[in-house]
Design a protein around this ligand. Structure first.
Ligand code: SDX
Length: 435
C-alpha cells in the first residue's frame, strides 16, 4: 500500500512571524503516523532539529515493522518468532527481497541463484594476505566487501532492476565465503571453498570449521541454530547501519561499497559490536557476586561503563529476538555438548538484577538481541572477534533489501541533512603576524 493522505493535519503557530502553518498527517499501514514536513523549510525558513533521529522517519518502507513498546518485530507481516521457528534463512531472504515467502518452486530457484554465486574471484584471496594475521575480522570484512566493487563493474548500472537483483544475490551468497575466509586467515588455516551441495548455513559452517585434511560433518541441530541466528539478525528497520547503507546508496554508489559502509557502522559497540562487547563484559564481571558492583557502575553517569546488550533506541520492552535466544540457549548448549556455561548463569543473574532495578525499569532498559547471542556463538566455537562478522553476514540481506527498496522508491533523492550552526559568523582574515 501507499501512504495515506488523511486530510487531517497539524498546525504550527510561529510566534516570531505570527503566521500559522499547516502540515498534513500521513498514515502508514500500521504504526505511528507522520507529519509531512517536506515543505517546512520552504514555507517557514526553519529546519527541524532531531540529533539521533529519535522522532524522524527517513523513508517509506514495507520490509520490517517494529513496535518498540510491545516488543514486536515483523518481516513482511510475519513475526520474528514464527520465522525463527518455522522458516529458514533463505526463505526470509526471499521475503525481504520480494515481499513474500517463496513457494517451493520460487524457493528452489532462489536457492539455486544464491548457491551459484557463493564463489569469489580467486584474486580476492590476495586482499586477505595484506592484513596482519591478528587483524580484527571486521576490519578485513570492511576491506574485502568494499573490494568486491573492483570485480563487478557489470553491476555499476544500478538503474537496471535485473542488475540490482544480481548484486543482491551476489552479496547474500558471498558474505559467508568472505566471513569464513576472514576467520581462516586469523587462525592461519587454508581457505575452504564453498560446497554447493550444502545448505546456506551448513556451507558456512564447513567453510569456517572444516579443513582440507578430513571430511567435515556437523549435526543438523547445530546447522539449524546457525540458520536461526542468521534469521534473527536479518533486518531491523532503519537502524544505524541500514541508514548508513541507504545514505551511501542515495548518492548512486555501487552496492558493494554501500554494504561495506554498513559493515563499518555495524562494527561500533553501540550497535552490532555489542555482541562481542557482551562477552568481554561477562568475562570482566567474572562471578555473580560482582554483578551488583557492575550494575552500580552502569548507573553511574561519571563511569563510561554501560551494560552491553541492554537498552535499545526503539524497544522499550523485551527485544523479541533476545526472547527467542533466551528461550533456546539452554537447549542449544545441550545440543552443542556444553554441559555447563558459567557465562550463561552470570548473564541470567545480571538480567534478573537489572530488571528489578529502578534505574533500568524507569528507563525501560531490557536485554537486546546482543545479550544472549554471543553465549551461543561461543558454544559453537566462534571467537568473540567473529561475533559481529556473523551479525554483518546475517544483516546483509536486510541492508541490500533496504538499498533495493530505496532505488525503487519514486521519491528517491540524495540524502542531505542540514544543521543548526553554532560556529563563527563571517569575520575578516588576520595575518599570522597579527594573531
Ligand atoms: C543493536 O537500532 C537497532 O535496531 C539496532 C539493532 C539492530 O538489529 O540493528 O537492534 C542492533 O545495535 C542493538 C543495541 C546494541 N547496543 C548495546 O547493547 C550497547 C548498550 N546499549 C546502549 O549503548 C544504548 O542502550 C543504545 C545505544 C542501544 C541506545 O541508546 P539511546 O537510544 O541513545 O538511549 P540513551 O543513550 O539515550 O539512553 C537512555 C537512558 C540514558 O540515561 P539518562 O541520560 O536518561 O539518565 O538510558 C541509559 C542512558 O545512560 N542507558 C543505559 C544503557 N542504555 C541506555 N545505561 C546503562 N547501560 C545501558 N546499556
Amino acid at each position: 500500500m501507499d501512504k495515506k493522505e488523511t486530510g487531517e493535519y497539524v498546525t504550527m503557530h510561529d510566534s516570531r512571524s505570527g503566521k500559522e502553518f499547516r502540515f498534513a498527517l500521513l498514515d502508514g499501514s500500521v504504526g505511528p503516523s507522520v507529519i509531512d514536513i517536506r515543505k517546512l523549510y520552504a514555507e517557514t525558513g526553519y529546519f527541524t532539529y532531531d540529533p539521533g533521529f529519535t522522532s524522524t522517519a527517513s523513508c517509506d518502507s514495507r520490509l520490517t515493522y517494529i513496535d518498540g513498546d510491545e516488543g514486536v518485530l515483523l518481516h513482511g507481516g510475519y513475526s520474528i518468532e514464527d520465522l525463527a521457528e518455522k522458516a529458514n534463512y533463505l526463505e526470509v531472504c526471499h521475503l525481504l527481497l520480494h515481499g513474500e515467502l517463496p513457494t517451493q518452486a520460487q524457493y528452489d530457484t532462489f536457492s539455486h541463484n544464491i548457491t551459484t554465486h557463493t564463489m569469489l574471484h580467486d584474486q580476492m584471496q590476495y586482499f586477505f594476505r595484506g592484513f596482519r594475521r591478528d587483524a580484527h575480522p571486521m576490519a578485513i570484512m570492511v576491506g574485502a566487501v568494499g573490494a568486491l566493487s573492483a570485480f563487478y563493474h557489470d553491476v555499476t548500472d544500478i538503474s537496471d532492476e535485473n542488475q540490482r537483483m544480481i548484486a543482491s544475490h551476489r552479496l547474500i551468497a558471498k558474505m559467508p565465503t568472505l566471513a569464513a575466509m576472514a576467520y581462516k586467515y586469523s587462525v592461519g588455516q587454508p581457505f575452504i571453498y564453498p560446497d554447493n551441495s550444502l545448505s546456506y548455513a551448513a556451507n558456512f559452517l564447513k567453510m569456517t570449521f572444516g579443513t582440507p585434511t578430513q571430511e567435515f560433518s556437523v549435526p543438523d541441530s547445530v546447522v539449524r541454530v546457525m540458520d536461526q541466528i542468521f534469521i534473527l539478525h536479518a533486518d531491523h528497520e532503519q537502524n544505524a547501519s541500514t541508514s548508513t547503507v541507504r545514505l551511501a546508496g542515495s548518492s548512486m554508489a555501487n552496492p558493494f561499497a554501500c554494504i561495506s559502509a554498513g559493515i563499518s557502522s555495524l562494527w561500533g559497540p553501540a550497535h552490532g559490536g555489542a555482541n562481542e562487547a557482551v562477552l568481554d563484559m561477562l568475562h570482566q564481571i567474572g562471578t555473580k557476586d560482582r554483578v551488583p558492583e557492575f550494575i552500580k557502575r552502569a548507573k553511574d553517569k561519571d563511569d563510561p561503563f554501560r551494560l552491553m546488550g541492554f537498552g535499545h533506541r526503539v524497544y522499550k520492552n523485551y527485544d523479541p529476538r533476545a526472547g527467542v535466544l533466551k528461550a533456546s540457549v539452554r537447549q542449544v548448549l545441550d545440543e552443542l555438548g556444553v554441559a555447563d556455561e558459567p557465562l550463561l548463569d552470570l548473564a541470567l543473574e545480571l538480567e534478573r538484577i537489572a530488571l528489578e532495578d529502578e534505574y533500568f525499569v524507569q528507563r525501560k532498559l531490557f536485554p537486546n538481541v546482543d545479550f544472549y547471542s554471543g553465549i551461543i556463538l561461543k558454544a559453537m566455537g566462534f571467537p568473540t572477534s567473529m561475533f559481529t562478522v556473523l551479525f554483518a553476514l546475517s544483516r546483509t540481506v536486510g541492508w541490500i533489501s533496504q538499498w533495493k527498496e530505496m532505488h525503487e522508491d519514486p521519491q528517491k533523492r540524495i540524502g542531505r541533512p542540514r544543521q543548526l550552526f553554532l560556529g563563527e559568523d563571517r569575520r575578516d582574515f588576520v595575518d599570522i603576524a597579527q594573531r
